[in-house]
Design a protein around this ligand. Sequence first.
Ligand code: BES
Ligand code: ZN
Length: 627
Amino acid sequence: MARPAVHGYNAAMRPSLPCLLLAACATESTMHPTAPVPVADPHSYARPHEVHSTHLDLDLRLDFERHIAEGTVTHTLQRLDPAAPFVVDSAGLEITAIVDQDGNELHATWPTQPDPVLGTERSIRLLPTTTRVRIAYRTAPDAEAMQWLAPEQTNGGTQPFLFTQGQAILTRSWIPLQDSPAVRVTWTARVQAPPGLVPVMSATQRGHDGPVHTFAMDKPVPPYLIALACGDLVSRDISARCAVWAEPKTIDLAASELADMEAMVQACEQLFGPYRWGRYDVLVLPPSFPFGGMENPCLTFATPTILAGDRSLVSLIAHELAHSWSGNLVTNATWRDFWLNEGFTVHLENRIMEHVYGPDRAAMEVALGMHELASELRTLPAADQVLHVDLSGRNPDDGMTGVPYQKGAAFLRRLEQLVGRPAMDAFLRQWFDEHAFRSVTTATFLAFLDERLLRGRPDRDQVDVARWVTAAGLPTDAPVPDSVLFAAVDRELGRWRGGTEPAQLATDGWVTQQWLRFLAGLETASAPRTDQLAALDHAFEFTRSGNSEILAAWLVLATRHGYPAIDRRRELFLMTVGRRKFLKPIYEALLATEGGKDRALAIYRKARPRYHAVSQRTLDAMLGYSP
Ligand code: BES
Ligand code: ZN
């Protein structure tokens, strides 16, 4: 039986860097094929350079009454230091037994107080003969990774739903493991669900025996990519390797919206090499999902708010698919290298969009992204404007700004501008091929960049790589996005500012991205008046828009400038949608209005129980709410 340490070890005595710098690490040739890269990860207690879990086997039962997952995880160990304990991360887990492959009970110690960000370090003492460790445990009902939804939070309204969200450091709240992206594991799982509910995971489905479903991931993946969802789910094939999963009531819309999935996979394969994960499926979740999408291998998790009816928001699928190369195949070794995941992915996403939907669409998406980055940079502290950002002592979630995404992608576009598209695409393909199934640091990328792309080029000094990666702000050589379709929008914005009535503007045939540009431009010269907002709404029916991006942008604008006709629509939106990217600016706008704090809190108190822990964390801080 595991029991708390009786003496000696408490949080105050912990070294400041939980995962210590590896002074003596194994050399390349002696390393396990999935050996962790020797780096310090300030967001994990694991010591994979001493004992490395190479495979884990999950056996879990889902209890929808108690909101608990219960069962065992069995770790297969590679013991690099025979004297060292096996240290795992955990958060809120109740551990009931720890045994090795021979049934020997193993002794574990942990500090009395969990760290508020990192959770609890569990140090398991191993016997000389130990090769496998089985941990019996149950999750807490408020495990941060897990959101248990009541039937009324689903589209069907009759069955409950569960999904997990591991990135960045939440997997430890539903599986005790070495929760660092520098560590890679293969895994298998058996999941028992109540009758009528279908579990799905980020892996290959191996079938089911009654209520017990079996899964296997035979490629080594970082722990944040282990994911599970369970609900009233059905699937619809898009192609031989692509399918959409959703609730029965959502499946038709989801399948027609995502019909281009296979074309996207083929585009990315053509550009950046084979898709190495077997199937590529998308699961459309209930609206409380806190993100737009999450690149869980084999099975992207996506918000239903991309189902606009006209495929106008599918760049999000291109993005999550692109992570099958940038992120899942080649993974950031620590969260300060997050831009290697997201900046590369935004770049690949755009290359896919251009391939499948043409250069005009791709150009608009770049311009929208850069416009958002420019406004965000005006509010971000300088230290957070850096690609290679220092996140030690902080929640890695704080690094999820536009900087790793848009500045990261702008850096790659700048390099493409220097060397030309064919050379840049070929370089990226080599990067993925040569680092496949590895976790990499910024230093590794910079060395590769120098060696394979820049060295020997007489023009290489034109790009100040160090400045791009380590300085704040956007370097002045960032490529300026250029879109003819946006030039048309900007002309109409100019006419509107000059007094032309909304109905007289030339908006025929505008696509979603043009409307988003239009909405972003409405407050650039001066604040729109309430009567102007009413006229715009009358002409273009923004308040009734079924497009979540257009609606959310409009709700922010209308809230900020006091247009009360949106109030009911806004409340309904905040009560149903849990996507943080939408919630945050809407609550922020409401907070900034007169008497807004009370109104925001009145809605938040009702809506909060429906939000996932990651959205709650952000909004609690913003609204000064303590539960
Ligand atoms: N991997 C991210 C989501 C994420 C990042 C979750 C960090 C937790 C911590 C995913 O690929 C993503 O970037 N999603 C975006 C959409 C994308 C189109 C920019 C989102 O959810 O908004
Ligand atoms: Zn992403």
